[in-house]
Design a protein around this ligand. Structure first.
Ligand code: ADP
Ligand code: MG
Length: 265
């Protein structure tokens, strides 16, 4: 591959096709202290695909999403989305953070959480019209939460909260969706509902990128996978990327043979 060779040479290649992709990360290094959380990471995410980001705890998965969104500042490297520096197109990107990191103790109704997804178009005055409300309700219908619109978000189960976060992302009308472990701690029905919504987004040409911790479901949910452990271990179609070698390289000795057998079928 041209890009791979170029990276080894250290030369800059004029025609890096990947840079027009919905998301292209090149040479991304992020450090919090001395040790890098991500090191010289390259990754490309294609349109109309669902991609999984896979790796052990502390591999830098959440950091990758945060760096894309400008929530952490990389030491070096670039992030392009749709051919532009990512900061120019943040309004085309929706983010569903890891649920555990969100504090919903303050009182907020479900419908208002979804309306937050429209913050940019509502503007500073936050003037909510009936059509905004109708669209927010339509997003709640898509995730099966329309009957909870007036409830306080803090009173919902983890799975219900996760559906509301997805509704908020839908309300934004984004083209690229970044989700951080959306299935962690949710019930089976919610997982199914979320997967169905993500697949419909993919089928309409949107790009879906999911940090995913359950190796057993990678091949049923996703077309593509990025395996990382601070650096990139493998990237490509799930069928070619999930091998005993790449999984060992990503997880070290942490995967039992039984797990490997289950993942690889
Ligand atoms: P993952 O999502 O793959 O579990 P993270 O991206 O959250 O990994 O973290 C990668 C590494 O960076 C870990 O070693 C983690 O402890 C460290 N880290 C993450 N966030 C911070 C932070 N805000 N301050 C200091 N270190 C952090
Ligand atoms: Mg994480």
């Amino acid at each position: 591959m041209q890009l791979g060779l170029a990276a080894q040479d250290g030369r800059i290649v004029a025609s890096d096709d990947g840079l027009t992709a919905p998301l292209a990360v090149r040479g991304l290094t992020v450090t919090y202290g001395e040790k890098p959380a991500l090191f010289a990471l390259d990754a490309t995410f294609d349109a109309g695909a669902m991609s999984a980001i896979i790796g052990p705890n502390g591999a830098g998965k959440s950091t990758l999403l945060k760096a894309v969104l400008g929530m952490v500042t990389p030491v070096s490297g670039t992030v392009h989305a749709y051919g532009q520096p990512v900061r120019e197109v943040l309004d085309r990107i929706a983010y569903v953070p890891q649920r555990a990191t969100v504090d919903w103790d303050f009182p907020t109704r479900v419908i208002d959480v979804v309306l937050m997804g429209m913050a940019r178009e509502l503007g500073l005055l936050r003037r909510v019209r009936q059509d905004h409300r109708d669209r927010a309700m339509a997003c709640l219908v898509r995730v099966g939460m329309e009957h909870f619109a007036e409830r306080q978000i803090g009173q919902l189960s983890g799975g219900q909260q996760q559906r509301v976060f997805l509704a908020r992302a839908l309300a934004q009308g984004a083209d690229l969706y970044l989700l951080d472990e959306p299935f962690a701690g949710v019930d089976a029905a919610t997982e199914k509902a979320i997967v169905a919504v993500l697949k419909s987004l993919r089928d309409s040409g949107r790009t879906v990128v999911v940090v995913h911790h359950d190796l057993a479901t990678v091949s049923t949910y996703f077309e593509r996978a990025l395996l990382i452990n601070t650096t990139r271990v493998a990237e490509g179609p799930v069928a070619t990327v999930l091998t005993p070698e790449t999984l060992q390289a990503t997880y070290g000795g942490r995967l039992a043979h039984a797990q490997l057998a289950q993942i690889l079928g």
